[in-house]
Design a protein around this ligand. Structure first.
Ligand SMILES: [Zn+2]
Length: 318
């Protein structure tokens, strides 16, 4: 196993892992928040915080094992929504240090020498709730989480599920200040044409690459087919490797994001797509210039195995 994400990206298509929170919610360990927040209408994003790391570590360890066994070259520590800001609102603020450090420890234990471990850093939700004036507060929270992840020994960062390019810029600056390489992926909703603060995928890709991201791309919200056009737009704007971690939920012509569909979060089984679409996505990765490919919400180990199979089949054709 290569020692850094940059080396790994040079060695071929890197296979990431799948989505942790929705899978663990399905297994009974994570609170979706649907009982107390307006989710499913797009007006609330639910809880989906990562306290499972300290409350049910065996469940998280097992899911890491499943992804590794399915072919992941990278395991993400379950630190998504792990800033003090989001954990405070979920009632776990006082556990911020412990959740982040235990999550990294569990991922490293399972990865051993077989996979790299990435710290996941996502939006704080301050920008959605309080507007652009809150970016300085975001910076403090993101910088704090990155410091905790670095202290815990992550190999690199995955900055993911950012809706505002402005907040992604803050996160990339914090990653650079900490000296950690970062894969940077935006999430586009309700349509793939623009992020929430109005930038096209091409603009996002260029800005993220200029700020030093090791790979740039998109994650969550769309199924692979729906995400592909936005990735192609990014491909045209930058020469750094692309990263893609789509969701496994079917979206519509009118709404390209599953978290804006009424099925989120309590009816997701009705829009689950087949793993076959991930075999096809894996086959297309190299040709589409995707250097880092994984899955997000709705992707369990079967989907990662499907991706790995697709990538392997396309390698054989070389
Ligand atoms: Zn997701």
């Amino acid at each position: 196993m290569a020692k850094s994400i940059t080396e790994l990206l040079k060695s071929g298509v890197v296979i990431g892992d799948g989505g942790y929170l929705i899978e663990l919610e399905r297994r009974g360990y994570v609170d979706s928040g649907s009982g107390r927040e307006k989710v499913g209408t797009g007006r609330g994003s639910g809880q989906f915080t990562p306290e499972v790391a300290i409350e049910n570590p065996d469940a998280l360890r097992e899911l890491h094992r499943e992804f590794l066994n399915a072919g992941s070259h990278v395991l993400q520590a379950l630190t998504f929504f792990g800033t003090r800001e989001k954990l405070n609102r979920a009632g776990y603020g006082a556990d911020t240090e412990r959740i982040n450090s235990v999550a990294v420890k569990l991922a490293k234990e399972v990865a051993g020498e077989k996979a790299l471990v990435a710290g996941s850093v996502s939006r704080t939700q301050l920008t959605e709730r309080e507007g652009m004036a809150s970016l300085d507060k975001s910076r403090d929270h993101i910088a704090e989480q990155i410091r905790l992840l670095k202290d815990a020994g992550v190999d690199f960062l995955i900055l993911e599920t950012f809706f505002h390019l402005a907040e992604m810029k803050v996160a990339l600056e914090c990653a650079a200040a900490a000296g950690l390489p970062a894969v940077a992926t935006m999430s586009f909703r309700p349509l793939i044409t623009k992020c929430t603060d109005g930038h096209t995928p091409a603009e996002c890709a260029k800005v993220m690459a200029d700020l030093g991201a090791a790979a740039v791309g998109a994650n969550c919200e769309q199924d692979p087919k729906r995400m592909l056009p936005l990735l192609r737009e990014m491909r045209g704007a930058t020469s750094v490797p692309l990263a893609a971690q789509p969701a496994a939920f079917r979206t519509t012509e009118e709404c390209h994001s599953f978290t804006r569909l009424p099925a989120f979060p309590d009816d997701l089984e009705t829009i689950q797509i087949s793993r076959n679409e991930f075999i096809e996505f894996g086959k297309a990765a190299r040709q589409e210039g995707i250097g880092y490919i994984g899955g997000c919400c709705g992707c369990n180990a079967a989907y990662i195995r499907a991706l790995a199979r697709g990538v392997e089949e396309s390698n054989k054709r070389l």
